[in-house]
Design a protein around this ligand. Sequence first.
Ligand code: FAD
Length: 262
Amino acid sequence: MPGGQINKTSNVENYPGFKKIDGPSLVMNLVEQLNNLEIKIKYEEVIDIKKDNYFSVETKKDIYSSETLILAGGRNPNMLGLENEQEYIGKGISYCALCDGNLFRNKKVVIVGGGNSAFEESLYLANLCEKITIINRSETLKATMILQEEVRKAKNIEILYNNEIKKINTENDLIKSIDLKDRTIECEGIFIYIGSTPNLELTKNLNISVSNNYINVDSNMKTNIDKLYACGDITNKNVYQIVTAASDGAIAATSALRDMEK
Ligand SMILES: Cc1cc2nc3c(=O)[nH]c(=O)nc-3n(C[C@H](O)[C@H](O)[C@H](O)COP(=O)(O)OP(=O)(O)OC[C@H]3O[C@@H](n4cnc5c(N)ncnc54)[C@H](O)[C@@H]3O)c2cc1C
């Protein structure tokens, strides 16, 4: 299936040119555009990449060689590991408050996590939702003191420490409540901010430079390795969105083309 993480959202409202579009439809538009340009898509899993004079990209079906290469393997949000979690992604469970917050206007939601993302997003949701409960697994928070103070000032945000979701309760395909260690709370949305894992395993033979597990690139999207580029969520950057992934991709492709023309 093409499209990566965009398929996980039912509502994209921040991609230029579309007032509102669901993720899979946006993907199909992109695929159609590639088809019109006669660019082939291969549905194969890459299992290894090596570099000699050329790059050698091994999939489960074939080996491809190329002079330049762009890595765009993206990342996957870390999950809680609950029984029906996968099923409710996009139907109550979200990893992006900015993208999905509007769906929970005047509703009760929970945020899982105690870092900057969880706290920043809780402040964003505080303007939209009736009540936000932050659930933090330990006694301590990783969010900066400034964010913690702002969250404590918000009237509709509560923080629960030393707690975790044990079960997601649903009715008619909608989330109704969650069971914590010591109580049940009503909520219609669950935002999970317990980190993401970039798909870096393919680069194990490349000696690529990374910071916090994300690939370091320069302003041309070039990695530390000659003729190797990276773009999108697999790279070390500040904003992880479709529009920035597309922009990175355009820069990487233009840079790679220049390399080939040299
Ligand atoms: C629930 C959710 C909602 C979101 N909503 C929005 C939104 O509304 N607006 C917004 O701007 N952003 C949103 N985002 C973020 C956005 O989806 C990402 O920033 C964007 O998809 C990044 O694109 P990418 O191509 O870099 O990575 P990805 O989307 O992660 O795509 C990576 C692709 O590489 C493939 N791949 C990985 N490993 C291999 C391999 N070994 N072999 C072959 N293929 C491989 C994957 O299958 C995938 O297709 C959302 C993210 C999530 C999780």
